[in-house]
Design a binder for this molecule. Structure first.
Ligand code: AMP
Length: 419
């Protein structure tokens, strides 16, 4: 074939597409109940907003962004994550002057130049939630409880929720120095990436999977122990509310997130069914980001799902994303038979039944085979006799049972199937 799909990308169509439709529609339904509304931002932004928010020394900015100059020489970047664009949109929204508390969710493609593997792509989808203007730790817990409820709506029974306290801009610099001091004792044993991290962004060493580095960082001073009293109290209060909301979690002292903007409580949802890329949802607080973007000091928090990984879990636990209304295939004999049946078929579609109509230029055998290929539940036929007698032939594809029933009975039956 002449043109191949770009590495690390996929085409989405049925039946896979039913899963992402379910992800989006469940989100619209559930998140609305918690006061969220949808926000749609561009897939590209000025490069600067990602560099400043995610951090110059992060892996994403350092080596994974799709950055290009447009025809006027502006540097633009395909968004590697959703939060930065949403914060920019929040600041552009005059509403924030009246009421800082804003709850948004988004769904869309993100782009990172990563090495593709199971659950890791160069274009992937994220479903994200952001809450602005809420300092109270109750909201950290409420957000996590909402995410757990959402996951459970897909009958995913098992996952691990890890949480940690990574402090704020007051206490983190002291911790970073402690960590640097500790790591510099082992510089020569660290991998090249970690040697770079040691001087530029020491927290990132906790992401390193290299065995030798891991042995070193497992003995490092713990970040949550270095948190200031105000971060400690925020974290403890969030734990209190998680308990009240019946959310189970484990505290992971080594959990840090890939972006510089996170503060205080951070979390990740993982599953051992996902292989090496086991995190399918991550988030936390980012209390300084709005201010760093030029806004008033505004505490904020958010999270995002890797949609492909969530779908892997839905499949693993056999969640059925197929719409559960029957799918009909209408076989037509010829042009005239098609003409006579079209008003009825259009009526069915307007009532909400999915109906595919066969091509009258094709043989009956071809149409029956196509019905099978398309996974239809029923084949419908109305020839001269059925039209004269106001009846319809209904063939159940699974059981092969075929009945000739009155049109009014069919309408009644189809009506009860479609509730
Ligand atoms: P992050 O924006 O890095 O915090 O990631 C949030 C979630 O997005 C992760 O938990 C993953 O599930 C997902 N994710 C991140 N990078 C990729 C990728 N390259 N391919 C697929 N999913 C990803």
């Amino acid at each position: 074939m002449k043109y191949r799909i770009p590495k690390g990308t996929v085409d989405l169509y049925s039946p896979h597409i039913h899963y992402s439709q379910a992800v989006y529609s469940h989100a619209c339904h559930l998140f609305t109940r918690y006061g969220f509304s949808e926000v749609v931002t561009p897939v590209f932004e000025h490069t600067d907003i990602f560099v400043r928010s995610i951090g110059e020394s992060s892996d994403i900015v350092h080596k994974e962004m799709y950055t290009f100059n447009d025809r006027s020489g502006r540097s633009l970047t395909l968004r590697p994550e959703g939060t930065a664009g949403v914060v920019r949109a929040y600041l552009g929204n005059k509403q924030t002057n009246v009421d800082a508390h804003q709850r948004w969710f988004y769904f869309g493609p993100m782009f990172r130049y990563e090495r593709p593997q199971k659950g890791r792509y160069r274009q992937f989808y994220q479903l994200g939630v952001e809450i602005f203007g809420c300092e109270n730790p109750y909201y950290d817990a409420e957000l996590i409880a909402l995410l757990a409820e959402y996951i459970e709506s897909f009958q995913i029974p098992e996952y691990d929720l890890k949480i940690n306290n990574i402090g704020c801009k007051e206490c983190r610099p002291t911790y970073n120095r402690q960590l640097q001091e500790y790591l510099s004792r082992y510089t020569s044993q660290l991998c090249n990436d970690c040697q770079y991290r040691l001087s530029h962004n020491p927290l990132r060493v906790f992401d390193c999977k290299n065995k030798a580095c891991r042995q070193i960082w497992e003995e490092a001073p713990l970040i949550h122990e270095a948190a200031c009293p105000s971060c400690q109290s925020h974290y403890e209060n969030a734990l209190f509310w998680l308990d009240q909301l019946d959310v189970s979690y484990v505290q992971d002292p080594f959990l840090v997130r890939g972006f510089d903007y996170y503060t205080r409580l951070v979390f990740e949802f993982c599953s051992n069914k996902l292989g090496a890329q086991d995190a399918f949802l991550g988030g936390g607080r980012y209390d300084n980001l709005v201010e760093e973007f030029g806004g008033k000091p505004t505490p904020a928090l958010g999270a995002s799902f890797g949609v492909e990984r969530l779908i892997l879990l839905m499949k693993e636990y056999e969640y059925s994303a197929q719409p559960d209304i029957p799918f009909y295939y209408f076989v037509v004999f010829d042009r005239e038979n098609c003409r006579q049946n079209v008003p009825f078929i259009q009526w069915m579609r307007r009532q909400g039944y999915p109906v595919l109509i066969g091509d009258y230029n094709r043989s009956l055998k071809y149409q029956f085979k196509e019905a099978d290929r398309k996974n239809a539940d029923y084949v419908l036929i109305r020839g001269e006799n059925e039209i004269a007698e106001d009846t319809i032939q209904v063939k159940n594809i699974r059981s092969s049972q075929q009945d000739n029933i009155s049109l009014s009975e069919f309408k009644q039956q189809a009506g009860s199937n479609n509730t």
